[in-house]
Design a protein around this ligand. Sequence first.
Ligand SMILES: [Zn+2]
Ligand SMILES: [Zn+2]
Length: 308
Amino acid sequence: MAVTKILLFYQFTPLADPQAVRLWQRDLCELLGLRGRILISKDGINGTVGGELPAVKAYRRKTLQYAPFAGMDVKWSEGSGLDGDGRSLDFPRLSVKVRDEIVSFGAPGELTVDGGGVVGGGTPLSPDAVHALIEDRGDDVVFFDGRNAFEAEIGRFRNAVVPDAATTRDLVGELDSGRYDHLKDRPVVTYCTGGVRCEVLSSLMVARGFQEVYQIDGGIVRYGERFGNDGLWEGSLYVFDGRESMDLGPDAAVIGTCAACGAASSRMTNCADDACRRRVVECEECAVARERITCGPHPHAAGSSSQA
Ligand SMILES: [Zn+2]
Ligand SMILES: [Zn+2]
């Protein structure tokens, strides 16, 4: 079976002509037979693509030849193989789009990007530097989850604060709610899958008066490459492709609980309410039994039963 890989990457950098970059990236991916999702804005690029190893390697090489992307940090992970058309099983199609933001916080006006990346963001920490900070400052250090709350249900850093966010857009309101103001004087380490959401989140936090904001360089993926399941991470890592989740190494803890029966599980499914974009933990047995599970007492599903 063909070896397939998935790349996860982003670069905050001013792009004078995002549409031209879109056309180039779309042509490049089509030529190489890659699938995935790429967002481009005047502030940079954010994407994940999958395909056969030689094609993915060629994509990385050609993309980094473009000067604004030359320093881009690209993370690799294992793909699930190819379908009958020779395309990555992990993505349904190729999508390359220009948007106002490469991560949808709904706050494009708040972000400033220059040749060095996001201006006024948190201090990047390597995985080892995260551990050094905790050795130094102990329990004063707070992990702050920069993802959607459902992602944290199957994996998160030990004792992390998990904002009540159904989508990334909710994070701005969460910060403005005052709910986390007690953390403003403490060392806060933001984290997300590959680091891109924390670039924006940490800058929003700094702008709102958080005094000591850090972000894990390369996110959970890079942390996992260094420490696997032997560090401060607990559970599995939710991913936005056909794999649904990945483990940072062997013997990952199972911290999710099935919303229907309470069994331990890292398996996720869509909320049974079609209008809802949250996902819920559902164990294999409840999936087979076709339980209808919503993500909680449900604003979108008046009258329908909630089993959470
Ligand atoms: Zn169950
Ligand atoms: Zn729901």
